[in-house]
Design a protein around this ligand. Structure first.
Ligand code: ADE
Length: 230
């Protein structure tokens, strides 16, 4: 069973349209649609925007569906100048950029208790996703994805995220999904297409490009599912 989580319906529309034998249940206001994608059993959920919704959704999905892998799909803002709208990012690791206990001496981003700043994504899954993207000729960048409860729309904030964490893109759920997967020992991956450049133009670009960008990775997921081996 592979789990797919997206923050917004438009980020999962394409995948859910490819599913067969669909069943649904709603838990804590989040709808889980399970069924088949080719030969794989999958479960999908639109979690809502931000880290708390993403955490609720990931934990519930793990407890009720026991996925062996969770993939977070969606759109993201570009931080790296190598990324254009429509390109796709496969995360090597995620960080929660708004976790900050630095006033009491910790490094920015450190999650106390487990003492981690970054969560590594599953390498085999990320490699397989990158192979699917290459087959489909989609420009891809691998690197760190920075997550926070904030829509990033300034060059200043972008520069901070690059300098502080080495981030190549930013979004609002992946770091939380990675955190929950880590404490449950569930492998996870992040696949995000670029909807905007997280700069002063982002508030115009995002509504214009979010849907078309989200359509970019639907064939990637189909190709990935064909080639995925547990
Ligand atoms: N998702 C898409 N674009 C984003 C941005 N600029 N900041 C945060 N999340 C995003």
């Amino acid at each position: 069973m592979i789990g797919f989580i997206g923050a917004m319906q438009l980020e999962l529309d394409g995948i859910q349209a490819l599913m067969t034998e669909k069943q649904t249940e709603t838990v804590s206001g989040i709808q889980y649609v399970s069924g088949r994608l080719g030969k794989n059993r999958i479960v999908t959920a639109v979690c809502g925007i931000g880290k708390v919704f993403a955490a609720i959704c990931t934990q519930t999905m793990i407890l009720r569906y026991s996925p062996t892998l969770i993939i977070n799909t969606g759109v993201a803002g570009a931080i790296s100048p190598l990324l254009s709208i429509g390109d796709v990012v496969v995360a090597d690791k995620v960080v929660q950029h708004d976790m900050d206990t630095s006033p009491i001496g910790d490094p920015v981003g450190l999650i106390s208790g487990i003492n981690k700043i970054f969560f590594d994504t599953d390498k085999k899954t990320s490699d397989t996703l990158a192979e699917s993207l290459a087959r489909l000729n989609i420009n891809t960048l691998r690197g760190t994805v920075a997550t926070g409860d904030q829509f990033v729309s300034s060059t200043e904030k972008k520069t901070y995220l690059r300098d502080a964490f080495g981030a190549v893109s930013c979004e609002m759920e992946g770091g939380s999904i990675g955190h929950v997967c880590y404490v449950n020992s569930v492998p996870f991956a992040i696949l995000r297409s670029i909807s905007d450049k997280a700069d002063e133009g982002a508030t115009v670009d995002y509504p214009s490009f979010a849907r078309t960008s989200a359509e970019r990775y639907v064939n990637v997921i189909a190709d990935f599912a064909e080639n995925w081996r547990e």
